[in-house]
Design a protein around this ligand. Sequence first.
Ligand code: TZP
Ligand code: MG
Length: 205
Amino acid sequence: MTFGPVYFVTDPEAPVSMPGQVRAAVAAGVRIVQLRDKHASDADMLVLARALQQITRPAGAALIVNDRVQVAIEAGADGLHVGQGDGDIAAIRARIGSDMILGLSVETLAQLGAIPRDCVDYLGVGPLRATATKPDAAQPLGIDGLARIIAATSLPCVAIGGITHGDAAAIRQAGAAGIAVVSAISRAPDMEDAARRLITEWSAK
Ligand code: TZP
Ligand code: MG
């Protein structure tokens, strides 16, 4: 499967609903979407996951659920994304089975050493920059920090955190498989156009 080039992560606080965001992203050509809502109940996440699947499936886009292992399983999501604080990654893999995509957030080089072989499918590496979307994010990596992590792993790495238009070339040069964004799409006046431009920028020479 492909992880990029543009991976959209939903924004529960944006002016447009999460299904509306995902419709726009998918219409622009985004093929990987993460349902992320830190405050929703598991029951609400399940309803949302099913609603988003109605949008992603017909488009051939993958739907990844953030944090909630049981929701990902019950919804039959394409994948699950977890962070460093979400529990033992090998145990999570055992729980979801081998078919589901598993992504893991990595913030430091040292965290790479704790990832068991053949356990995760991709890494979300960040934050590249400080971002208002995740005020409790780790120390920003900058392009050099991002490149160092990417160089130290054979896993595909999606950069995240404070990424916007004009960043794609440097991130691609650092070796990333793609860019993950929240606000660059969710807060844009024209979300579809914003997503399309991110994809075009990634592909530009
Ligand atoms: N993980 C690290 S930074 C971040 C997440 C979920 C938020 C990214 O949001 P934005 O708006 O693209 O900076
Ligand atoms: Mg998490």
